[in-house]
Write a protein that binds this ligand. Structure first.
Ligand SMILES: [Zn+2]
Length: 579
């Protein structure tokens, strides 16, 4: 029943979305529609992935459906999926057919027959619970039961029943405490031995009970002292008989993995911190990045001084073996894709490898000078060689998407191909936009491992951007970078030379949004605001455009989601999972 309700909710929300954008718009004819494919390489990629074969991973179909809906191309989406359903029909299992039908149903905003969604994994489950509450609340509201409606609304995590976008994301945004990738939970990854804490803040916490059960070992220190305290006390409440925390291993000295150190330092006894010997260079580099961005990620409670003052008790500069409470531990320095002070923590007897952020898809924080593509490939070799049963990352979506050493082995080949393509394109003088628009898909990827399709998509955009940034100077082949024109210059062009009024500009931006061209609309509104200020009309248009950008990236790009949310001061409440 729950699944059926969930499907209905998805359909109802989808219908709402259609209704919202259907207003004041002429009916579109798909044949005459020359929607630029180039501006949505991720949609093109998802189409290619879904065209190759029926999806083994339901997420890929789910994401394609969302991408079509976000692009306001519902009709094209329904046609595309109907064609796949016909083509693959005889080969499909019943749950797969149901998945197609429900996606087509959403896109057509019709109630499909009584189909149930294919088993949903991980965060999708939370989404279903959230949508259930939201929908049940709406039903209660329709019945005039305000109290019940409010109760459901609170459980769903939403503040109001009015929302112009469909959020199916596990992410949450809060002004004080920043971004979280998942809802709060404590998992016993190995019962009684390895605990993982998700959703307490930006970063995961892990704790390991030593073989002799007399020591607790922590992996990373979190982002802020207050969230470290909350997380650690939650663990103590969950498992009251854990031994004392004696040791903390730091996977890398990024803001979000050491910022909570002050709390742990205050414990009695004081745990001993291990980090890489080059931790200081890493910290100096990140302190040079624009500090204003940090609070959008980590919340206003974030205190950069707790990062600046970090000083480990022991430093590691070569592969090191040690024993703590009888547990064998290998500390393996790596360059990794993100920072040069990365360290894998391997517990061979438990089959656990803590990998930090070595495969953070941004290849280093996108607003800092870092990232090492070759370091990523080399670190993949180590993961493949150690072949752990549990690969535990610094952030929940990474653990979810990059969970298999064998998959990483294939991904390495795919990414190497991508690098060659990007470097060749750069030498040829291609623009960054052209490289993205090329929708680069490695040979063999679409017919290879199903679990590599989403990881490749998540990485592709950022690998291109990082490699481009690292291989092109401040002047580019198309002469981009020679001038220094800004928003006020563009406003001059639009208003003084083209004679456009604020009203005309906003109308144009709204039209772009209706065509799913949100980035373009956002840039036009920036220029408009540079001349007219953030007037009510401009602010209203911005609100819609950035909400749609949040929707667009809610399942594939958390950092964009964070920054677009911050742009309009939009918070996303955390979901509750106490169901
Ligand atoms: Zn991190």
């Amino acid at each position: 029943m729950r699944k059926f309700i969930s499907l209905l909710v998805v359909l109802v929300l989808g219908a709402g979305l259609l209704a919202y954008f259907g207003k004041n718009r002429p009916t579109r004819v798909s044949a005459g529609q020359t929607q630029s494919v180039s501006s949505r390489p991720e949609l093109e990629y998802l189409k290619a992935a879904n065209r190759a074969a029926p999806p083994k991973d339901p997420q890929l179909l789910f994401l394609l459906m969302g991408a079509y809906a976000n692009a306001n191309q519902q009709l094209e989406g329904a046609e595309f999926l109907s064609a796949r359903l016909n083509e693959f029909g005889p080969r499909l299992s019943d749950p797969q057919k149901a998945l197609y039908l429900s996606a087509i149903g959403l896109l057509r905003a019709q109630h499909a027959s009584s189909v149930s969604l294919l088993h949903r994994i991980g965060y999708v489950k939370d989404t279903v619970a959230m949508l259930d509450d939201f929908h049940l609340g709406k039903l209660a509201l329709a019945d005039g039961d305000q109290i019940k409606a409010r109760d459901y609304l609170r459980q769903s995590g939403y503040k109001s029943f009015e929302k112009p976008i469909v959020l199916t994301t596990p992410f949450s945004e809060d002004t004080l405490s920043g971004h979280a990738f998942a809802s709060r939970r404590i998992a016993e990854i190995i019962p009684g031995r390895v605990y993982g804490l998700s959703g307490f803040e930006f970063t995961e916490y892990y704790f390991v009970v030593s073989d002799d059960r007399r020591e607790l070992i922590g992996i990373d220190a979190g982002t802020r002292a207050d969230s470290a305290k909350t997380a650690y006390e939650a663990l103590r409440g969950y498992a009251p008989n854990l031994p004392e925390l004696t040791t903390i291993f730091v996977t890398h000295s990024h803001w979000d993995h050491i910022g909570g150190q002050a709390y742990f330092r205050g414990l009695n006894p004081k745990p001993r911190f291990y980090a890489r010997s080059n931790y200081k260079e890493e910290i100096d580099g990140e302190l040079d990045a624009p500090g204003s961005i940090a609070k959008h990620f980590f919340g206003e409670r974030f205190n950069v001084d707790d990062v600046r003052s970090f000083k480990p008790d022991a430093t590691i500069d070569r592969p090191t073996e040690l024993k703590i409470g009888g547990t064998r531990i290998e500390l393996i320095p790596v360059h990794g894709g993100e920072t040069h002070d990365a360290m894998f923590i391997h517990l061979p007897d438990l089959g656990v490898l803590f990998v930090g952020d070595f495969i953070m898809p941004y290849l280093g924080a996108p607003f800092a000078v870092e990232g090492d593509f070759q370091g990523l490939l080399d670190a993949i070799d180590i993961v493949v060689q150690k072949n752990p049963r549990y690969m535990l990352h610094g952030h929940e979506p990474l653990t979810r998407n990059f969970s298999s050493p064998a998959m990483l082995g294939q991904l390495k080949t795919n990414l190497s191909w991508l690098r060659d393509q990007v470097l060749t394109a750069i030498r040829r003088g291609d623009t960054r936009a052209a490289i993205h628009q090329a929708n680069l898909i490695p040979p063999g990827l679409l017919n290879g491992r199903a679990d590599a399709l989403l990881p490749y998509l998540i990485l592709r955009e950022h690998v291109i951007d990082r490699l481009y940034h690292q291989n092109v100077g401040y002047w580019q082949a198309d002469l981009e970078g020679l001038d220094h024109l800004g928003d006020s210059d563009r406003a001059e062009l639009l208003v003084d030379y083209l004679g456009l009024s604020e009203k005309r500009l906003v109308t144009a931006a709204e039209k772009m949004a209706a065509d799913g061209k949100y980035e373009l609309a956002a840039s036009l509104l920036e220029a408009s605001a540079a001349r007219f200020g953030r007037t009510e009309t401009i602010a209203k248009a911005e609100q819609l455009v950035y909400l749609k950008l949040m929707e667009k990236y809610q399942n594939t790009d958390p950092f964009k989601y964070i920054l677009y949310s911050a742009k309009i001061g939009e918070q996303t409440p955390a979901m509750t999972t106490s169901k």
